[in-house]
Design a protein around this ligand. Structure first.
Ligand code: NAD
Ligand code: TYD
Length: 348
């Protein structure tokens, strides 16, 4: 019997991870702790909220007393740590909230886990979910490997790099059993529409401008979110303690080509004349310190655990667009109120 704490389970990746563990492992007890920031949404978990092995607790990971109480109450055997501030643009306008949640929050959880588990680390695991952005920015060639030096360049990636360092420090100093994975850009259902793909889908639906930073030539390596959480599942159960695994799609797209593909697919699905959504593309001021290229080498994960992505990008994108078109209630609820304020500030 395992009792697992998932942090940030009401967010994008966390909700997919929670759904996977709750449904695939009915004999595990899953406790989702989330403070429900603007990015947390319990509607992401509607289909599993009544599952007998699932519990939601609203709490902040930086609140040490609350985290201690949770560990006392549930006797966790594992932690899947997803909670974070995750949007680079917000980290430029409000860096300190990233330091608080991503650095202090992670250190708080590590300390609480270490104290709760100190009599016996056997069978325990602290799994930290991180990003390829900690490695910095690539030129035209090369890939991020597990041994690539850290070179974070945005407040977001700096805070995630710092959290990764704390996780390794607790492994080396205290023997806390940890694992880390660093993944490339995810996309899929329940993605908050401040990130490139869901923002563009929402804007195409509503015939609004598609903001492209700079010349649109920055490159990201996109992975369908369900492939990411399947990799986490494999690493959680079969990966080696103390190890880091890179997760990525070998699927590099310039932002402009990605948006053109999105326009192509959406014009067809919305029965609009081919090429009409391309008219919405609008080049805007570049992001400060914009990383040029991310690309992951996931060979270690393939060789050690047999993981490869299951979906081609065009197929994953089609599934994602269909989900947004079929879930307009979710989308319309998310883009009211605070989202609109954020959007107006960021883009006008
Ligand atoms: P998200 O912003 O969609 O969700 C974050 C969740 O954490 C939200 O539910 C939010 O309410 C919660 N949260 C934030 N601060 C909290 C706090 N102080 N206490 C408790 N809960 C809090 O993020 P995401 O895109 O799902 O990313 C999840 C994790 O995966 C992050 O650690 C991120 O760095 C990492 N990651 C994301 C991507 C990506 O492309 N989205 C890629 C690689 C790694
Ligand atoms: P984003 O989805 O914010 O992810 P990240 O910055 O973590 O990679 O952005 C993906 C890429 O798209 C990135 O190069 C920035 C760019 N971008 C735009 O061109 N316009 C936008 O409105 C947004 C949100 C991002």
């Amino acid at each position: 019997m395992q009792t697992i704490l998932i942090t940030g389970g009401a967010g994008f990746i966390g909700s997919h991870l929670t759904r996977l563990f709750v449904t695939k492992y009915p004999h595990y007890r899953i406790v989702n702790v989330d403070s429900l920031t603007y990015a947390g949404n319990l509607a992401n978990l509607k289909d599993i909220e009544s599952a007998p092995n699932y519990t939601f607790v609203k709490a902040d990971i930086t609140d040490m007393n609350a985290m201690q109480q949770l560990f006392q109450q549930f006797h966790f055997t594992g932690v899947l740590h997803c909670a974070a501030e995750s949007h680079v643009d917000r980290s430029i306008t409000d860096p300190l909230s990233f330091v608080k949640t991503n650095v202090l929050g992670t250190a708080t959880l590590l300390q609480v886990a270490k104290e709760a588990w100190k009599t016996d680390f056997n069978g325990k695991l602290f799994y930290h979910i991180s990003t390829d952005e900690v490695y910095g920015s690539l030129g035209d060639t090369g890939f991020f490997h597990e041994h690539t030096s850290y070179d974070p360049r945005s407040p977001y990636s700096a805070s995630k790099a710092s959290s990764d360092h704390f996780v390794r420090a607790y492994y080396h100093t205290f023997d806390l059993p940890v694992k880390i994975s660093n993944c490339s850009n995810n996309y899929g259902p329940y993605h908050f529409p401040e990130k490139l793909i869901p923002l563009s889908i929402n804007n195409i639906i509503n015939n609004r401008p598609l903001p492209v930073y700079g010349k649109g030539e920055n490159i990201r390596d996109w992975l369908f979110v369900e492939d990411h959480v399947n990799a986490i599942d494999l690493i959680y159960h079969n990966g080696k303690i103390g190890e880091t695994y890179n997760i990525g799609g070998h699927n590099e797209w310039t932002n402009i080509n990605l948006i053109k593909e999105l326009c192509r697919q959406m014009d067809a699905k919305l029965n609009r004349p081919a090429g009409s959504s391309l008219q919405l593309i609008t080049f805007v001021k570049d992001r400060a310190g914009h990383d040029q290229r991310y690309a992951i080498d996931a060979t270690k994960l393939k060789n050690e655990l047999g993981w490869i992505p299951s979906l081609q990008f065009e197929e994953g994108l089609a599934k994602t667009i269909d989900w947004y078109l079929n879930n307009s209630n979710w989308l319309n609820e998310v883009v009211t109120g605070h989202y609109q304020e954020y959007y107006d500030k960021q883009y006008h």
